[in-house]
Design a protein around this ligand. Structure first.
Ligand code: PLP
Length: 364
């Protein structure tokens, strides 16, 4: 059996450090917004190359609170991709704003920057690029468009921690970078967690209030906020793993190169744009034979997942946006043809060879 991710293998390499960290936190009796959260926020700000990082309860909350702090709400429009995890659009809807989609490019699965400007209206308030599967968006182009039209940029970095464009990390380009520490992410907690990276201390202050019932902790409430705090236990785990993140990402990239060498003649492999540092949260191929490939892998006990079988504009929950099939043809094609293969730092080269042989026997 080859799984999509093997968190047990990763844990076995850090077991002692994790147990030591857990006992320190449990002995300290500080569980919410304590010293480990502050230390992790400082380290994440430094890692990303920004001045502020605020821990929250999830990646979804990171997106939601960042938009709340930027005063995005009723009547506003936010331009994003139709090919992403549902939470991206869900967070826009939470604020009262409307998600407006721009189709993707198939080689990176990211929003096609040449299709953003035609979506801008007087109601557009922000662009929300998603660095899907770990490939960074063309942030120079997006920042240039946003600058010309006076729009905010909120980066969805949930799948791309450590990814960079010309050496500059995702989460350091826009007004806010939103990260998820869901266990299977490149930096995963042992539960839920999220973070917002920022350059503005004013914005950081308002998010600190929003995550804690609109209060700075003194039982004086300046606004109606939320309960969305990162806890000490998750921050402790993330501190242990952050030290190893670059090494984990390098191993993912090495595994991607093994896949590419073995598969690029049989299926469409993910590409890396010039200057882009891809961190392969997923290794996602495209093939007209997708369903046959998945069936063959299953018969050989190899896991694979279709991320995502339905683009957002065709999801029932977003039916109120009034889209129909054919509105975003590349996102629709991706949904028909994508398949994500097992990808994690500890994945063995021999397993990749085995997976590639099965795929080639069907799609050769
Ligand atoms: C692209 C994207 N955005 C947002 C999220 C939401 O993150 P979380 O699950 O931590 O709420 C995810 C998580 O899977 C994601 O992949």
């Amino acid at each position: 059996m080859i799984p999509m991710v093997d968190l047990g293998k990763q844990f076995s390499g850090i077991r002692e450090e994790i147990f030591l960290m857990m006992s320190q936190i449990l002995e300290s009796s500080q569980y919410i917004l304590g010293p480990k959260v502050r230390e992790f926020e400082g380290k994440m700000a430094e890692y990303t190359g920004v001045s502020q990082a605020i821990g929250v309860a999830s990646g979804t909350d990171a997106l939601h609170l960042a938009m709340e702090a930027l005063d995005i709400g009723d009547g506003d429009e936010v331009i994003t991709t139709p090919f992403t995890f549902f939470a991206t659009a869900e967070a826009i809807v939470y604020t009262g704003a409307k998600p407006v989609f721009a189709d993707i490019e198939l080689d990176t699965f990211n929003m096609d920057c040449s299709k953003i400007e035609e979506k801008i209206t007087p109601r557009t308030k922000a662009i929300l690029p998603v660095h899907l599967f770990g490939h960074p968006c063309d942030m120079e182009k997006i920042m240039e468009i946003a600058g010309r039209h006076n729009l905010f940029v909120i980066e969805d970095c949930a799948q791309a921690i450590g990814a960079a464009v010309k050496g500059k990390k995702v989460g350091s380009f826009g007004d806010a970078g939103c990260f998820s520490f869901y266990p299977s992410k490149n930096l995963g907690a042992y539960g839920d967690g999220g973070m917002i990276t920022l350059k503005s201390s004013e914005l950081a202050d308002s998010i600190k209030g929003l995550r804690n019932h609109g209060s700075k902790g003194s039982y004086v409430h300046e606004s109606v906020g939320f309960n969305s705090r990162l806890d000490e236990i998750q921050a402790g785990i993330l501190l242990v793993k952050l030290k190893r993140l670059d090494e984990y990402n390098k191993k993912r990239r090495m595994n991607a190169s093994f896949y590419r060498a073995a598969l690029c003649d049989s299926v469409r492999c993910p590409s890396e744009k010039e200057g882009a540092y891809h961190v392969y949260n997923q290794y996602t191929i495209l093939s007209g034979d997708r369903d046959r490939i998945q069936k063959a892998l299953k018969e050989h006990s190899v896991s694979s997942v279709v991320y995502y079988p339905q683009p957002l504009h065709l999801q029932k929950a977003l039916g109120f946006l009034g889209h129909k099939e054919g509105d975003f043809p590349f996102a629709e094609q991706a949904s028909r043809e994508v398949l994500s293969l097992p990808m994690y730092p500890e994945l063995e080269e021999s397993s990749i060879e085995q997976i590639a042989e099965i795929i080639k026997s069907v799609a050769g």
